[in-house]
Unconditional design. Structure first.
Length: 140
């Protein structure tokens, strides 16, 4: 019985570091045919997204900045010309966010890298203002 427990703990101890080290990397080749591996996708190069936990990769072609700017301009012109509509789902979510932000001293949020961080007072104030704006824009 003692050996079974010992081997079980050993198996768990060996498995945990492997699962916590799983990350996403990006492989891309520049104009000089040099292969790069980074944690963030490159700007204007096609790349492969590599998941280190599964070992799978996915090819992704970048969208040119001209196309992005054109889409942004089209979206802005559509939203500027159309009257904004009230969205009850966004209203409900914004009210819940505002309640959480005002009732709790520490607010944890995931950053762009997926890490959980505690919001400082300035960021917390910015999030409160953002929630209030969403309430104003989407609630009746």
């Amino acid at each position: 019985m003692y050996k079974l427990i010992h081997w079980s703990f050993l198996a768990i101890a060996l498995y945990l570091p492997v699962t916590s080290m799983a990350e996403t990397y990006y492989r891309w080749v520049d104009e000089d045919k040099v292969t790069h591996y980074t944690r963030q996708p490159p700007g204007n190069y096609p790349y492969e997204k590599i998941d280190t936990f599964t070992g799978r990769s996915t090819s992704v072609a970048p969208q040119s900045t001209v196309d992005k700017n054109k889409e942004t301009a089209e979206t802005l012109s559509k939203t500027a010309s159309s009257k904004p509509t009230k969205d009850p789902a966004i209203c409900k979510r914004a009210k819940a966010n505002l309640k959480t932000l005002t009732e709790h001293a520490l607010i944890r949020q995931k950053n762009e890298y997926g890490e959980v961080v505690v919001l400082n007072e300035k960021k917390k104030k910015d999030e409160i203002e953002r929630a209030q704006k969403a309430i104003k824009d989407n609630c009746k």
